[in-house]
Design a protein around this ligand. Structure first.
Ligand code: NAI
Ligand code: MG
Length: 332
């Protein structure tokens, strides 16, 4: 039996995590779901953002499936996601972006993976007010974090027979921090002589991705650029409802979709659960349940491609419940 921590989160989080839990249970995998919540809703209910039992559960089970958490804009509490990634040193944010047959999108056969440094850089949100009333954000880039994310990307490329890793930066302008990150990636690439290192500046990368995304296989980049490119890439394959992700550390991993809490559709049974369901397949692969992971991915594909059961974001009419039921029916 597996003990897995489930954090439903805010907005559409409870809907998509319930769907995902049902899909995993339908595979027959014996899971003891330990459900604990953190975020905006629990804060409004209890005055605590992350109750102690959340930390205890994560530290005990080490495997977490997590829905999105709402973070207030411009003021209010700082990101729980950033806090968890830093606290548990979940240094590698892995986001596979893949075209799914049967999804109506501009490009076909996209198959790339983003490796986003997940613990530092501008996205860490280290900011301060200066005496003159201005503000600054600190972009800290360390050798340790840069080397290990580069290694994650190259190791993945090697294992999966990928020919090229693309490092994305702005080292022409931001010379010290981005320049240092770039040099760390170059250094790691020397240990992988069979894999090409392609260096692309972030603005050009945005254009390349929307013109010809099929040229990319593995992308490695800093925290904020990785965040931005993730949503861009999701848009290339049919939207945020489809793209899964994993926050990987040395011994703790949190699996979550790329998307946020989608307040515009929350509570309406409209959310596409596929992104979190595919994140759960990544989780099953991680714990060695590769057969079950494959069964889930195949069930999702059949639901989309053969049954044509699609949620609104994919141009269909199915509700969260209907697409979940269709996926469960395809689990054999
Ligand atoms: P979002 O990803 O929540 O939504 C962007 C757009 O995509 C919306 O139109 C939404 O309806 C749509 N969308 C997202 N996921 C969908 C799904 N599964 N099915 C169908 N449509 C979907 O991004 P937004 O609006 O910028 O952020 C909302 C909140 O989520 C913010 O508070 C933000 O901080 C938080 N957030 C949390 C994340 C996390 O916990 N990992 C990640 C990203 C954002
Ligand atoms: Mg994001």
């Amino acid at each position: 039996m597996y003990n897995i921590t489930l954090i439903p989160g805010d907005g559409i989080g409870p809907e998509v995590s319930e769907a995902t839990k049902c899909v995993i249970n339908a595979t027959g995998l014996d899971v003891n779901w330990e459900t604990v919540n953190a975020g905006k809703k629990i804060f409004e209910d209890t005055g605590v953002l992350v109750p102690d039992k959340v930390f205890k559960s994560i530290e005990k089970n080490k495997i977490v499936l997590k829905g999105p958490i709402t973070t207030p804009i411009g003021s209010g509490f700082s990101s729980i996601n950033v806090m968890l990634r830093k606290k548990y040193d979940l240094y590698s944010n892995v986001r596979p972006v893949k075209s799914l047959p049967g999804i109506d999108s501009h490009f076909k056969e996209i198959d790339l993976v983003i490796f986003r440094e997940n613990t530092e850089g501008l996205y860490a949100g280290v900011e301060r007010e200066l005496p003159d009333g201005s503000f600054e954000a600190i972009k800290r880039i360390t050798r340790k974090a840069s080397i290990r994310i580069a290694k994650s990307a190259f190791e993945y490329a090697k294992k999966n027979n990928k020919k090229k890793v693309t490092v994305v930066h702005k080292a022409n302008i931001i010379k010290l921090t981005d320049g240092f990150f770039l040099n760390c990636v170059r250094e790691v690439s020397k240990d992988y002589p069979d894999i090409e290192l392609q260096e692309v500046i972030i603005d050009n990368m945005c254009m390349q991705l929307v013109m010809n995304p099929n040229q990319f296989e593995v992308i490695v980049t800093m925290n904020l650029y990785g965040d931005l490119l993730s949503d861009l890439c999701a848009g290339l394959v049919g939207g945020l409802g489809l793209v899964p992700g994993a926050n990987m550390g040395k011994d703790i991993s949190i699996f979550e979709a790329v998307h946020g809490s989608a307040p515009d559709i929350a509570g309406k049974n409209l959310a596409n659960p596929i992104a979190l369901i595919l994140s759960s397949a990544m989780m099953l692969n991680h714990i060695g349940e590769t057969n079950k992971a494959e069964i889930i991915v195949k069930a999702v594909m059949k639901t989309i491609f053969e049954d044509r059961v699609l949620t609104q974001d994919l141009g269909g009419k199915a509700t969260t419940t209907e697409i979940t039921e269709a996926i469960i029916k395809n689990i054999i």
